[in-house]
Design a binder for this molecule. Sequence first.
Ligand SMILES: Nc1nc2c(c(=O)[nH]1)N[C@H]1C(S)=C(S)[C@@H](COP(=O)(O)OP(=O)(O)OC[C@H]3O[C@@H](n4cnc5c(=O)[nH]c(N)nc54)[C@H](O)[C@@H]3O)O[C@H]1N2
Ligand SMILES: Nc1nc2c(c(=O)[nH]1)N[C@H]1C(S)=C(S)[C@@H](COP(=O)(O)OP(=O)(O)OC[C@H]3O[C@@H](n4cnc5c(=O)[nH]c(N)nc54)[C@H](O)[C@@H]3O)O[C@H]1N2
Ligand code: SF4
Ligand SMILES: [Mo]
Length: 729
Amino acid sequence: MKRREFLKISTALGGAAVLPSALLSGCAAPPSPPGSGKVTTTPTICEMCFWKCAGFVHKEDGEPWKVVGNPEDLHSHGRLCTRGTGGLGAFLDPDRLKRPLLRVEHKGKQSFREVSWDEALDYTAERLKRIAIEYGPESLALFSQCVGAQHFRHLARAYGSGSFAQPDYAQCRAAREVGFFLTYGETIGGQERTDMANSRCIVLIGTHIGENLHNEQVRTFTEAVGKGATIITVDPRFSVAASKSKYWLAIRPGTDLALLLAWMHVLVTEGLYDKDYVARYALGFEELAKHVAGHTPEWAYLETGIEPEIIRRTAREMAAQAPATLVHPGRHVAWYGDDTQRVRAVAILNALLGSWGRKGGLYIPEQVELPEYPLPAYPEPKTTWQDAHGGKYPFAYSGVTNELIGQSSGPDARYKAWLVYEANLPVSVPAVTEQIRRAAADLELCVVVDTMPMEVTGYADVVLPECTYVERHDPLRNDPQRRPSLALRVPAFEPQYDTRPGWWIARELGLRLGLEKWFPWKEYREVLDWQLQQVGSSLAEMERIGLKGFPRRNAEYIAPGEDYSFPTPSGKIELYSRQLEEEGFDPMPRYTPPEDTPAGFYRLIYGRMPAHSFGRTTNNPLLFQVMPENCVWVNSLTASDWKLANGTYVRLKNQDGVVSNRVRLRVTERIGPDAVYLVHGFGHRTPRLRLTDEVGASDTELITHIRIDPIMGGTGMRSNFVTFVTEEA
Ligand SMILES: Nc1nc2c(c(=O)[nH]1)N[C@H]1C(S)=C(S)[C@@H](COP(=O)(O)OP(=O)(O)OC[C@H]3O[C@@H](n4cnc5c(=O)[nH]c(N)nc54)[C@H](O)[C@@H]3O)O[C@H]1N2
Ligand SMILES: Nc1nc2c(c(=O)[nH]1)N[C@H]1C(S)=C(S)[C@@H](COP(=O)(O)OP(=O)(O)OC[C@H]3O[C@@H](n4cnc5c(=O)[nH]c(N)nc54)[C@H](O)[C@@H]3O)O[C@H]1N2
Ligand code: SF4
Ligand SMILES: [Mo]
């Protein structure tokens, strides 16, 4: 076959685009009130985002009815968000992948052919075997996310690969984890250990809770607001959280570190920090005091645009409520390329307030001690993702997507095969369009396991359609949290069409690759039951209750005056980081101003909205109805300069000349005149997503410039500027 062309899965393969009438609001009234038939409930874990709420799928007379939260679950507190409630839309989406697809070439033209599972799996395994012989198993790169990623990580490790990467590392929260790890010896974790329900003061830096809709985060934030906590929101945009705040600090984008240093300056110079906590637990206070001495609020004003008096007043409010003051660690922190240092400043500020390990600050989470199913050790790969980094990013704890993608083409390509599970790389990893194209042309094999015909499938040789989360078993959820618990996902429905669960796909590939000793079980249920038996439960019990709580072993807070050791090299909170210094980085967070905005351009910022998760839900027929397109937020002064009217369509053009799809204008005072805002996840370009193809603008396409964090490889994505193209829009 000639070089791999980007293929859009054609509509012809998919069948008619008829939505089940029950999904269309206002259509045929149900024959009887919901719930009056025979109702069955099955435990599930929501897969509509990464938060993993436990819940139940309700069927009525065998038909899908609704998904609800499990009241025992701290992630959800019994309530699912908009997207979780729309979860059945993923199951019912008529545009789902339905059968395995194989890239074929006929008379020089490439297309996908529907094939049997045997043909797709035999083909994949045969290629993988050849690749292992010719290039070594290390030449396989795995991109995978979410709960089901474990099945494919297991397969890849048994095969002999050691190269793993995922967009929720470099494009998401990794700088936060590294920043906190360097300071406290522990990360924040996928389920933030924030004790907001008990906070009396919460500081949100960027993080836009309420639009960013992780259930427990929203619930505990709301509880704090309800109890009258002081909320301080730092955001160039008047976010939903800003609207609940006593202080909205409309910061100049990219200058947050200046504000953080000035806050520390106030706490230190006014003696408002927690002296006992710092003396007892922290190392490097003297150096910190020296470092922040020059960072006065007056200095920060020139950088941030926030008045010195407001900086002082907010610092004093934080101190007044400490240690029940939480400076929220944020989540998506891949902003400006100095993100580990900015997050380090957040970590240090929390230490000055004495809030780590304290009620109302950051509590100490625990998880269940759950044994792994006994299996032989994996082969030791000769090279791993660390070699792909080539000595860069010394504090990385996972592969950086961009590096692995970049090393998948050309004569010296490190990677010859890709296995992609639940990651839409062309949409989730900005600024690599060309590298993805080159990789796709050069790879010996590209396998994509997905539920939808997303952009990433266009680069595949083989597309393996996974059934949706309500049709499968998956690994037990065992997240570190306030009260340890295990949660289970079991299928509520048989896999529809010719789709299969991830565990089955991984196992079938494993058997064909001669890796049967790593797959001694027939059904994943056996693994789940074995694990549950070890902790005094069983699959039968969990199939009934869905979630089981376990007692904590240790306290969730550090007691006042407790002799407590932190898992850092010094055993202390490292305000001054020798670890960074030894690798040649600034031991204290040092501020560098952002670049100037070119004349006639506006900084592109982006974020979330409650109805959607990234690009994965925009075609969901239920959620599409809630929010069918995104719009671009533009300040009214900017709009009047450009003579742009609210509600009309424009295109955005970035500093490199890339032009977006048409996108509707939202003229508003809620954003300053120096930036524009887009909700991420729209602007799909794949006709097989029939509701959402070409609808709205893609922030990813406009993010052609990234700033890489030298400490851990995070890809700062907020150094892009756009202007308006108004003709024919
Ligand atoms: N509904 C919904 N909820 C989600 C998700 C989803 O897809 N949909 N995704 C989840 C995931 S994985 C993540 S990582 C989180 C992401 O959610 P967050 O961690 O909250 O994301 P951020 O990028 O921190 O926040 C975006 C906000 O930052 C502001 N901002 C832009 N530039 C700057 C700046 O220079 N300084 C400051 N202070 N603020 C700035 C924007 O105006 C916007 O309000 O959301 C999670 N929750
Ligand atoms: N431009 C830009 N880029 C970003 C962000 C941004 O705000 N702007 N946010 C970043 C952040 S914070 C994150 S966490 C990442 C998220 O990155 P991704 O997780 O890659 O984002 P999604 O668009 O949700 O893509 C998930 C893919 O999984 C598929 N999928 C959904 N459910 C299943 C399933 O059950 N099984 C299988 N096999 N596949 C499934 C979807 O169809 C889709 O192809 O993106 C990052 N990239
Ligand atoms: S926060 Fe919403 S989408 Fe995410 S897991 Fe929970 S219910 Fe599902
Ligand atoms: Mo994320």
